[in-house]
Ligand binder design. Structure first.
Ligand code: HEM
Length: 506
């Protein structure tokens, strides 16, 4: 009995000792990601220059691939290498599949309907499925090939005109007209010629909305003070959105009249994106019932996400080709050997033009149109040994990742050859590493939230660049030898100086 009681006491003491010890043991503090020394109020603003991805790239060299940055009242975590990008986009894909709200959100009359900014949930999933199965799927792309080819022919005509009058050609403008006209015609058969230039009006409004939203998002650094809208940009954004709403409502009514008149009997092959969206809007049995506001908001998102991104990438491609005459010559020789010098290159020629595809890939590596991919963390999550707290904004700096010397040889050089199958860099399109699993090449993002318009972007960019290289030689303004490839400021990835040059018909 005594033996038994001693045993019980011993065990009890042991357990008490264990609990007290573990209770008193200092718990490791939750580590947030490393951060540069901050100043009161402004945080790290003094360390950040006008080109955000570059500034973050420089800071990451000192503070590591996962760092916390505070710009005034706005805090974010910046990811700067391929290993951690994989953690965000693959390992913790669902946790990082939402986007945060920005300073501009309050002024978006389509707030709550925005696909691009939506939280990861039923609405986003439904719209994404609609994109991948219908709106941006292969049959819809195939049925609109004539639109893209006509618009590229018009681009060649406009550039040819500028060779006749001897004026320099503003390629930035010409390429923006191209992508905007294609988007307007594919999305809602909007007219873009004659007196009724709906496409131009849409472009003007979309550009204004992008500019104002950008300015308001920068205002996030003010925290709650931003609500005072000192600059008046919030009001201007509401006005621009209301004008867009009126214009699109008119186009929707025209589409609806077409249905009443019995004109909707066309097969899927003839429908524009608005026809498909309105069909979904009318579908009482749809998994998610979308509203008229959702339809308009989705169109705005497509324009905002799809037009300037693609035209900026084409400007960079032309700039790089002009600065690299050997690559330019090699590309023209490839086109002429496949298509011949007389016939204009077409979409159907693309599978036979590997160097062209490599040129576009290399351009997007050096100049991604969305250099900082923005996500939000849904719940506390451990990344690289640090805790990223729920609701934290996460910026994946794909600009830095695609120029990381650990992953890329001569990372700042324009070398399209690295994307050819024969290259030792093993990033050729049929090699496993290219198939989105390496996370060192991310121009279109990755994971479930990756860009749904990547194929359309490629369908616009490949033949347009091919046509401009096939049909024209290019001379720079003011006898300059090189295009100024300095990057513009802010989040966007435009050139600091618009690409204006003299085309010479060949
Ligand atoms: C060169 C051209 C383009 C580039 C470089 C580009 C790049 C991107 C990137 C990096 C993202 C964020 C992806 C992520 O979070 O992982 C994105 C999102 C998106 N892009 Fe693109 N994009 C381009 C063209 C287009 C086009 C032509 C369209 C549509 C017509 C489009 C529609 C979208 C949409 C709707 C989203 C939001 C997706 C979501 O939040 O689920 N993009 N794009």
């Amino acid at each position: 009995m005594l033996y038994y009681l001693s045993f019980i006491s011993f065990i009890t003491l042991l357990l008490v000792h264990f609990f007290i010890k573990s209770w008193l043991k200092p718990r490791p503090a939750i580590q947030t990601p490393p951060s540069p020394p901050a100043l009161p109020i402004i945080g790290h603003l003094h360390l950040i220059g006008s080109v955000l991805p570059k500034s973050f790239q420089t800071l990451a060299r000192q503070y590591g691939p996962l760092m916390q940055i505070r710009m005034g009242a706005s805090t974010c975590v910046v990811v700067s290498d391929a290993v951690l990008a994989k953690e965000i986009f693959k390992t913790h894909d669902v946790t990082f599949s939402s986007r945060p709200e920005f300073g501009s959100s309050e002024y978006f009359i389509y707030r709550g309907s925005r696909f691009v900014m939506a939280q990861y949930g039923d609405y986003w999933r439904f719209m994404k499925k609609l994109c991948m199965t219908r709106l941006l799927a292969v049959p819809q792309m195939d049925s609109t090939i004539d639109i893209r080819e006509e618009e590229i022919e018009k681009l060649v005509e406009r550039v040819t005109e500028s060779t006749r009058d001897g004026n320099p050609c503003d390629l930035s403008r010409q390429l923006t007209i191209l992508t905007n006209n294609i988007a307007c015609r594919m999305a809602m058969s909007a007219r873009c010629s004659g007196s009724c230039n709906e496409a131009e009006e849409i472009h003007e409004l979309v550009k204004l909305c992008l500019q104002l939203a950008g300015k308001l998002s920068v205002g996030d650094v003010l925290g709650p003070l931003k609500m005072l809208d000192f600059s008046g940009n919030g009001k201007k954004l509401v006005t621009a959105l209301q004008r867009f709403d009126v214009l699109v409502e008119r186009i929707i009514k025209e589409h609806e009249l077409k249905v009443i008149d019995g004109g909707d009997g066309a097969s899927d092959q003839k429908k524009d994106l608005l026809d498909i969206l309105l069909e979904t809007y009318r579908d009482a049995t749809a998994e998610v019932k979308i509203t008229r506001k959702d339809v308009k908001s989705f169109l705005l998102d497509l324009f905002m996400a799809g037009t300037d991104t693609s035209s900026a990438a084409m400007q960079w491609a032309m700039g790089e080709l002009m600065n690299n005459p050997k690559a330019f010559k090699k590309l023209r020789e490839e086109i002429n050997s496949v298509v011949g010098p007389n016939k204009l290159v077409k979409e159907s020629d693309m599978p036979n033009l590997p160097y062209l595809r490599a040129v576009i890939k290399e351009t997007l590596r050096l100049h991604p149109s969305a250099p900082l991919i923005i996500r939000e963390c849904a719940e506390d999550c451990q990344v690289n040994g640090s805790i990223v707290k729920a609701k934290t904004r996460v910026l994946v700096n794909v600009y830095a990742i695609m120029r990381d010397p650990v992953s890329w040889k001569d990372p700042d050089e324009f070398i399209p050859e690295r994307f050819l199958e024969s290259s030792g860099e093993r990033i050729g399109e049929h090699q496993m590493e290219y198939k989105g699993q390496n996370f060192r090449y991310l121009p279109f993002g990755s994971g479930r939230r990756g860009c749904p318009g990547a194929s359309l972007a490629m369908l616009m960019m490949h033949p347009a660049i091919a046509a401009l290289v096939q049909r024209f030689d290019w001379k720079l303004k003011d006898g300059r030898e090189k295009v100024d490839l300095t990057q513009g400021s802010g989040f966007a990835a435009e050139m600091a100086t618009p690409l204006v040059c003299y085309p010479i018909t060949v």
